[in-house]
Design a protein around this ligand. Sequence first.
Ligand SMILES: [Zn+2]
Length: 422
Amino acid sequence: MNIEEHAEELASDLGVDKAEVKRDLENLVEYSVPVDEAKGNLRRKYGDGGGNTTPASKDIADIATGDSNVSVTAVVLTAGKRSIRYQGEDQVIYEGQLADETGRIDFTSWVEFGHDPGDTLRLGNAGVREWEGDPELNIGQETSVETVEEAIDVDDEVGGDAALAELSPGDRGVDVEVTPLEVESKVIDGRDGETEILSGVLADETARLPFTDWDPHGEVEEGASVRVENAYIREFRGAPSVNVSEFSRVSRLERAVEATESAPHLDVGEAVASDGLFDVEVTGNVVGVRDGSGLVERCPECGRVTQNGQCRQHGAVDAEDDLRTKLIFDDGTGTLTVVLDDELTAEVYGGGLEAAREHARDAMDREVVADTIRGELVGRAFRTRGSLSVDDFGATLDAAEFAETGGDPADRAEALLAEAGR
Ligand SMILES: [Zn+2]
């Protein structure tokens, strides 16, 4: 059955207007609600078969993605507001987190949500949908929302105040105190035509993160110290990014926010388990140099590394020489790929592009460059810092810094290789 047919069935069962039911059904399906669940929702909404009773109250920890509707009493931890483009129109939605004694859960409200962090609410008949494997509450027309006096003892901190190092993609209603380190004004072709936005890098005492201000706030200036309220966090190139919108409040701070000079230092295992990090430092051993390292050729159109003058996207091209290194980096807790650009590769190789070309010509083999790098690096310990992205194929750190560590690298490498049975 298609939506049309489902709507017809519902309209006839419930004795209500088909166009109305169809609109509701399309709304729910658009938000990834499975069609059977959406129909169940609408049957309840339109009062089919006495099913219009408020669903049973649940503890947050007991809410499962299979639930269709629940009632919950919970404290508002965060509440943010933003605008999304939905079926060609701008719609304001409210998002945040709720908590009770048993746990916390994300929510989205499709109707006006005039409650602040700290308020205790009784939600009757909230929808449940799955978002990336976890249940999330949906507050809509059919949900009753009451403020209650009851105090709930939650472990979670109420309010959106967060340090940059704690943020992950999906966080909403976030408040940060930061100093913009880089601010660039750009005109983009947005959903309403050409729009000016600001983008760059923010820092606080704990970390640096990229940001976008979709509705440029004058307070966002390089070197200023500002408080940003009601920001949301998205993933940008595999790392969290702070999004400031027309609903965010930005104000100058009396105090000066100090930008951290250092990046958080993580075990490789922790880094690999993250959602990606804009600026991170790891220490470990080089256990290998991947193919496609040393003197490589790139497509002049897209910059991809080519094989035998063939670009995956552009076919046969007049490829250009470049230096690049992809290292397998391991500290015993996990493995990631570290990519060195042309400059860092020249440092570890001990010569630039010209030297590499000459070396390859003399040996009549381009692989000698990668072999030299392999001989220099494998088995030694390094500290590297850069931007980490994580996808299904593993974790990749684009190095901005790469330097040998002190201590006893030989011992560590030997121990590691012994552990690996080599
Ligand atoms: Zn190409």
